[in-house]
Design a binder for this molecule. Structure first.
Ligand SMILES: Cc1cc2nc3c(=O)[nH]c(=O)nc-3n(C[C@H](O)[C@H](O)[C@H](O)COP(=O)(O)OP(=O)(O)OC[C@H]3O[C@@H](n4cnc5c(N)ncnc54)[C@H](O)[C@@H]3O)c2cc1C
Length: 388
């Protein structure tokens, strides 16, 4: 009989993990607290590692129905001067898409693989024996219980594995506006542009042939800049982009970021992954990538488990394999954010000399250039594939 997994959270991490497990013969149920699967946010950067996971799941085609594939991310200073032109490490690509397209692709792959998705089911607690308690009082049990329930994960709390959860000083207003590349100045086309001015940052990201995702980042204490009505201070800080900022019609969402570390990602027959386990500031565009890559790797380790009693050992092996990459990526995502604290006059020099230094460049792109684990060898089988 198939081993059974239950997953709290039907976001990027939950749907990826569910699909990958079901494709490997597991019986999988997802419990999502919202009335329907829904995204929070606008666009999302998906790098080679995330794209590879989508291919593994069979979700790539749907996710890439209308993507933006540019030259990479350009860095610009407070005077609109280019600090670093867009560049991508050899063999690495980045695609920006609407989050709704990503979620639809993952949901389609999950349903095709036979995953049961129950919406309106709020998981309130979890225990190490592979059980969840739901808000309606029900208890559900499985051979493996997985918390993919985001930064405030009740599963992580129930397992008592949190090391720390820190909210960052910076956050972002996020929205999309209608704009085509033809409307951009020729120097602004075919790229994503990260614009710096003081502690404010404006990320201009086309996500398809008609929409541009705007991320307006600032410290939470910058009360004018973090106002969800998007006040004129943004056009004052970034006059070159006023034509896009003027197109923001409604109030937008404001979120600060979380940094989460766990003592261990699992306890007994239960574990956490994605933001629930390793949330990071979005400076490298890898939070979702890490959630997907880690979910696929977990399924790869579980594919070799035939006896439920071996689940805890497989969970330990999964964490040993994935933790170095995930922790390193989180570390460099935090460090990159410190550029916001460098005064305007020194930032270009810092970016050119330090961020573009080959070692730092390698660290910042480590996750993007990594190969997702989709299979692990069993003791009797040396044929399956692992990667760094
Ligand atoms: C401003 C910003 C920009 C970002 N940009 C990028 C980017 O460009 N590229 C990238 O890769 N990442 C990016 N990220 C990070 C990325 O959004 C997250 O890392 C990713 O969404 C994590 O996926 P997840 O499934 O772990 O968690 P979530 O996306 O938070 O999903 C959690 C799910 O669990 C559900 N849930 C919560 N509580 C419960 C409960 N009690 N019971 C049942 N269900 C529950 C939620 O409703 C949700 O559906 C960004 C983040 C921010 C804040």
């Amino acid at each position: 009989m198939a081993l059974k997994a239950i997953i709290s959270g039907g976001g990027i991490g939950g749907l990826t993990t569910a699909t990958a497990l079901a494709q490997r013969g597991w019986d999988v149920s997802v419990y999502e607290s919202q009335p329907q699967l829904r995204v929070n946010g606008s666009g999302i950067y998906t790098w080679s590692n995330g794209l590879q996971v989508l291919r593994e799941l069979g979700a790539y085609e749907r996710a890439m129905q209308n993507p933006f594939k540019g030259l990479g991310i350009e860095q610009r200073d407070h005077n609109e001067e280019v600090i670093l032109p867009p560049h991508l490490p050899a063999g690495v690509e980045v695609v920006t898409i609407h989050r709704a397209d990503l979620l639809a692709a993952l949901e389609g792959a999950a349903r095709k693989a036979g995953v049961r998705i129950e919406t309106g089911k709020n998981v309130v607690d979890a225990a190490s024996d592979g059980t969840f308690r739901l808000a309606n009082g029900d208890r559900v049990a499985a051979d493996l219980a997985i918390g993919c329930d985001g930064v405030n994960s009740p599963v992580r709390a129930g397992l008592g594995i949190e090391l720390f959860h820190e909210r960052t000083a910076e956050g972002a207003l996020r929205t999309t506006v209608l704009a085509t590349q033809d409307e951009f100045h020729p120097d602004d086309r075919n790229r994503c542009i990260e614009n710096w001015n003081g502690k404010r940052r404006l990320l201009v990201t086309p996500i398809n042939d008609k929409e541009v995702y705007l991320a307006l980042c600032c410290p939470e204490v910058d009360s004018q800049a973090r106002d969800i009505r998007v006040l004129p201070v943004w056009a004052e800080s970034f006059p070159h982009w006023k034509f896009l900022l003027d197109r923001i019609e409604a109030e937008v969402t404001w979120n600060v970021y979380s940094v989460i570390k766990c003592k261990a990602w699992s306890s007994g027959h239960s574990c956490v992954l994605g933001d629930a386990a390793h949330a990071q500031p979005p400076n490298l565009g890898q939070g979702g990538g890490m959630a997907m890559q880690n979910g696929l790797a977990l399924a790869a380790y579980m594919a070799n488990v035939n006896d439920a009693r071996d689940v805890p050992t497989a969970l330990a092996a999964w964490e040993a394999a994935m933790r170095p990459l995930v922790d390193t990526t989180q570390h460099w995502a935090i460090l990159f954010g410190e550029l916001a604290n460098i005064p305007n006059e020194f930032r270009p020099e810092m970016i050119r000399n330090i961020v573009a230094h080959p070692f730092i460049d390698q660290m910042l792109g480590l996750a993007a250039g990594s190969t997702p684990i989709s299979a692990v060898p069993t003791p009797s089988d040396g044929s399956a594939v692992t990667a760094e």
